[in-house]
Design a binder for this molecule. Structure first.
Ligand code: ATR
Length: 291
């Protein structure tokens, strides 16, 4: 990669930020598409006011924001997209004349992954396992796609209730164009036992994350007999215990690697007003799965 006087600068802020694979994804896209830009990690000292002012003043065109700043960054922006505002988290900033505008491409990336796999949420019974930040993104993405019903299941019921309330508030807001969706918050234990089949399940807890490859948030095999599609947001290991259970019971299972790549691709597209071709996405997926 050659840096010119004209090269546009992009990056990611976080603390820690050393583990990020975003530079690899973004710089690969720029190289393959011949776009004169470079993407680097910025370890912030945590003072978001100084950080955003400094980046803006230097003309950094776009920034990704990672934990723990996805919510606290919002007060430093000139505008926030309605869906990102409803979920209360921003992971992408775009330079505008007024200041940085905030987006949430965690939601967009997961949606793009479903589209690329041909998975439809519309009118389906959706179960979200977990009630952290990842679960929140999955739940809002599903609500946008008008499911038949949605269950948020978590070890701690209160956190599932919080997401349910935020979803219902968003579904009643002007920005939402769908019909009323039946949304329930339950404890994960209550999901076992008989019930309807054809479920689409998003595994959004960190149970089963490497090195705890053998763990799974639900071990009841009867439950998996009801699952048509299981999407685990974890990508390490490439095949989680949750995915094994889904596949053993005859369902289709997916890990979170594509979603992670699409999250970056969606940021890239917002910043550069381009469409990243599928073969570039496939090349990045191969590169990352070999790591
Ligand atoms: P993220 O931002 O990745 O979503 P998080 O906000 O820390 O991470 O959320 C982690 C999720 O995994 C939560 O739903 C958490 O359940 P609680 O809300 O009850 O803490 C869930 N989780 C983590 N460890 C778990 C375990 N051992 N059993 C069940 N759920 C677990």
């Amino acid at each position: 990669m050659i840096i010119y006087g004209t090269t546009s600068l992009y990056g990611i802020i976080g603390k820690p930020v050393e583990h990020t694979i975003s530079p690899l994804i973004h710089n690969t896209i720029s190289e393959r598409m011949g776009i004169d830009s470079v993407y680097v990690p910025f370890r912030t000292d945590g003072n978001l006011s100084d950080t955003t002012r400094g980046l803006y003043s230097l003309g950094v065109r776009g920034i990704n924001v990672t934990v723990p700043y996805k919510t606290s960054i919002m007060e430093h922006l000139s505008a926030v997209e309605p869906l990102a505002a409803a979920i209360g988290a921003v992971n992408t900033l775009k330079y505008t004349d007024e200041g940085y505008r905030g987006y949430n491409t965690d939601i967009l990336g997961l949606g793009r992954e479903l589209d690329s796999e041909g998975i439809s949420v519309k009118d389906r019974e959706v179960i979200i396992l977990g009630a952290g930040g990842a679960a929140r993104a999955a739940a809002f993405m599903c609500l946008e796609r008008k499911p038949g019903s949605m269950v948020i299941a978590n070890r701690t019921l209160e956190k599932a209730e919080l997401i349910r309330k935020d979803l219902e508030r968003y579904a009643c807001s002007e920005g939402y164009e769908g019909e009323a969706v039946n949304i329930k918050a339950v404890t994960t234990d209550s999901l076992t036992g008989p019930g309807s089949s054809g479920l689409i399940v998003f595994q959004c807890t960190n149970v089963g994350l490497s090195p705890n490859d053998g763990d799974c948030v639900i071990n009841d095999r009867d439950f998996y007999g009801r699952v048509a599609e299981g999407i685990d947001l974890i990508y390490k290991p490439a095949q989680t215990m949750f995915m094994k259970y889904v596949e053993e019971a005859g369902g289709r299972a997916y890990n979170g690697l594509k979603m992670l790549i699409y999250q970056a691709v969606c940021s890239y597209e917002i910043w550069n007003d381009v469409r990243v071709p599928d073969d570039v996405v496939d090349e990045i997926e191969i590169k990352l799965s070999e790591r």
